[in-house]
Design a protein around this ligand. Structure first.
Ligand code: TYD
Length: 217
């Protein structure tokens, strides 16, 4: 079987990163060969780029520099980690991918969704996810979750004001309507267990279809 590429997207405090970890464990227990990773980062070079981007002291960073650095980190992560895993037939669960750049840099930073997509095309060379899950929670609720969780590190983008996060949310709605076949919405404003089971059910259904398609081709 060919690999299957699933990305997790959402605003701050949507819970997607914790859900991703627990979904990984559930899929592994069910016998799937899984790679869980995150953007920006997951490997040394990309983690170093991530440190530069997210450092709260880098207030002078230009939005285009930010977009280019995310695309650079994405490229390295893709070639070093994601593509080899997909070629080995693994299911890759990736915390954030190109839609984050479209939402944060393209829309919230006002660089333009199409422009940021063009920059990213150079980095990803048409490798779009097979499935994207958008963890849907209103920004004020997501940010309240972060406030309640004192252990969580605050990065440069967490520190943006509520308007910025509302723009990010609006951008994800636009992306959901632009790519209805690829992006599936998960209601993240539920208990952890409910979000987890919605996510696992959706992924397992997808994988069953993927296996069937593989058998018929
Ligand atoms: P992280 O600590 O991983 O946050 P989260 O748990 O919300 O994923 O920080 C990643 C930050 O980088 C987050 O604020 C979103 C932002 N980001 C972009 O702006 N563009 C991108 O392309 C990516 C991948 C992330």
């Amino acid at each position: 079987m060919e690999g299957y590429f699933i990305t997790f997207e959402g605003g701050e405090g949507s819970g997607k990163s914790s859900i991703l970890k627990s979904v990984e464990q559930k899929l592994v227990k069910s016998g799937y060969d899984v790679l869980a990773t995150r953007e920006p980062g997951g490997i040394e070079i990309a983690e170093k780029i991530r440190e530069i981007i997210l450092n709260p002291e880098h207030t002078a960073m230009d939005p285009r520099t930010e977009a280019l650095l995310y695309a650079a980190a994405r490229r390295q992560h893709l070639t070093e980690k994601v593509l080899p895993a997909l070629n080995e037939g693994k299911i890759v669960l990736c915390d954030r991918f190109v839609d984050s750049s479209l939402a944060y840099q393209g829309f919230a930073r006002e660089l333009g969704i199409d422009e940021v997509f063009t920059v990213n095309q150079f980095a990803i060379q048409d490798l779009m996810p097979d499935r994207t899950l958008f963890f849907d929670i209103k920004p004020n609720k997501g940010l309240a979750r972060i406030e309640a969780n004192n252990d969580r590190e605050r990065n440069r983008l967490d520190l943006e004001n509520i308007r910025f996060h509302e723009h990010v949310y609006e951008a994800y709605q636009l992306l959901v309507s632009k790519f209805p076949e690829r992006i599936h919405v998960i209601n993240a404003d539920q208990s952890f267990e409910e979000v987890e089971s919605d996510t696992v059910n959706h992924i397992v259904n997808d994988l069953k279809k993927h296996v069937k398609e593989g058998e018929n081709s």
